[in-house]
Structure formats: C-alpha cells, structure tokens
Write a protein that binds this ligand. Structure first.
Ligand SMILES: [Mn+2]
Length: 279
C-alpha cells in the first residue's frame, strides 16, 4: 500500500501532561513548508510543493467532535479511502494511537519506527490511559504493529522498562545510538517523530526539552535509508510557544519534506548499497 502523500493537521493538545501549545503546530509547520526562505525539493530531487503529487487534507475538526480520537480516526480513514497516505502534523503524541487504529486494518505487515526522547509507553499517566505518555501501550496491547522500534530514548524508567519487556519493544537509547546502533527496518513502515527526540539545541520548541538527543541530520539520514514503503507518518509535539525564531518549525518542515519524499519514491536502494561513480 502506497498512496499519495497527504498532509493532515491534528490541532489537539488535550492529552498533554505538562504544557499546552502543540495544537498550534500544524499551521506553523505549513507556514515553514511554504516559506520562500527555502524550497519544496527533497535532497533526492523530488518536488514536495507539486499539488499533483502531495495533497493537504486540512485539519481535523474538533469543534463538534464528541470523541477527539474518533474524529482523528475518521479523518485518517477518509485519506486512506481516497488513495492517500497520511502525514499527520500534531498535536501531542496521543494522536498516534487513533491514527494507527485507522491504518492497521489496511497494513497487515507493519513496523513502527518511533523517534522520541520518551518511550511513551506508560500503562496510564496521571490517571489517563490516553495521555501523550501512553500511546505506545495502547498501540502494542491492541496489536497495531508487528514491530515497534524506538530511537533517541533517554528518559527510560523502571515502569516503562517493564512495559518495553512485556511488549517486546526494540529500544535504541541514546547510549546505544552513540555506540553506533541504528534502526534496521524492512517492509511497510509507519514513522512517528516526536520532535523532542531531537536535542533541544536543534529543536528547542517542545514542551519537554531533554538534552543529549539526536541531530536533525541523524533523523534525516535514517529516513533516507528506509526501503519502505512508508505507509504513514506523524510529526508531533512541536510547541510553537516554546520556539525561537521558528527554528523548530523549519526542522519539522524539513522532516515532513523528507517523509513526503520517502512516500513518493518508496523503492529506493539503501545509501550504503550505492556504489560511487569512480569505482
Ligand atoms: Mn517525547
């Protein structure tokens, strides 16, 4: 399954545990994507500004939504029904569970590649099983993927470590990242990027800054190495109220562009398999 890359704004931060603000991210990221300070081309020379190649489904409407997670699932299902693949702009990380609930029936084989400072796999957090600290517990207990690979983790605690072991999650924490371990993913993949997986030096505009993290280039390199297909993606937890000079908005836009590019050209050789012309 590989559809037309389709942007979906999810202006929802009602499950954030510390600060609100992520609901303002979708339009801030769109603005950076369209900014004349840069262009719409990926590094592999694919034009993400071509409206024939990339759609924008607008934002999930929460005004009349009785259940925000149902509204998110319905919006994702509409994209899938129309032959699209969703690239969701969060919103807090709680949105990933309803996205996957809508996506999984169409993807019998699925790996989730998850970049984050936090494992987000608490069974419940402050009494809320749908908190942004819990989406991967809900995803794993509902069988919404075959593999969950987490990278950038640097806030593990004993409670979440037990959950990781219970669900068989593959965790590449920052210590093992620095020693050279990288995600190895084959086949259909959903990419969930919590912007706080990046070091705050690269992405300061987040609610939970956690030093000692990934660089923008670290993530871009992994995205460009995915064989795909990329069946869906989200970029979550950007908080414009915490940003400086839109720096983090541009990081989000860069990641979105490379994700769109990955969807446009799913059958790419891994960079290490490309031989140089001088051989
Ligand atoms: Mn996080």
């Amino acid at each position: 399954m590989n559809g037309t890359p389709t942007i979906l704004g999810i202006p929802y931060d009602g499950s954030s545990s510390f600060l609100r603000g992520a609901a303002d991210a979708p339009n801030a990221i769109r603005k950076a994507l369209r900014s004349p300070s840069t262009n719409g081309w990926t590094e592999a020379l694919l034009d993400t500004s071509d409206p024939a190649a990339v759609r924008d489904a607008g934002d999930v409407d929460f005004e009349d939504a009785f259940d925000p997670r149902a509204a998110i699932g319905e919006a994702v299902s509409r994209i899938l029904d129309s032959g699209g693949s969703p690239i969701s702009l969060g919103g807090d990380h709680s949105v990933t569970f309803p996205i996957l609930r809508a996506l999984r029936p169409r993807c019998p084989q699925l790996t989730i590649l998850h970049f984050d400072a936090h494992p987000d796999i608490h069974d419940t957090f402050e009494g809320d099983p749908y908190s942004h600290a819990c989406p991967f517990a809900r995803i794993m207990e509902s069988g919404l993927c075959d593999r969950l690979v987490q990278a950038g983790i640097r806030t593990m605690n004993p409670l979440q470590q037990r959950q990781v072991e219970r669900f068989g999650v593959e965790v590449i924490d920052m210590r093992s990242w620095v020693s050279g371990r990288r995600p190895i993913v084959e086949g259909p993949v959903y990419v969930s990027i919590d912007v706080d997986g990046l070091d705050p030096a690269f992405a300061p505009g987040v609610s939970h800054p956690e030093p000692g993290g990934l660089s923008t280039r670290d993530i871009v390199t992994v995205l460009q190495s995915l064989e795909g297909p990329i069946v869906g993606a989200d970029v979550v937890e950007y908080n414009p109220a915490r940003d400086f000079n839109d720096l983090t908005a541009y990081v989000c836009a860069k990641l979105v562009k490379e994700l769109v590019g990955g969807m446009m050209a799913p059958a790419r050789p891994r960079p290490h398999a490309v031989r140089s012309g001088s051989d």
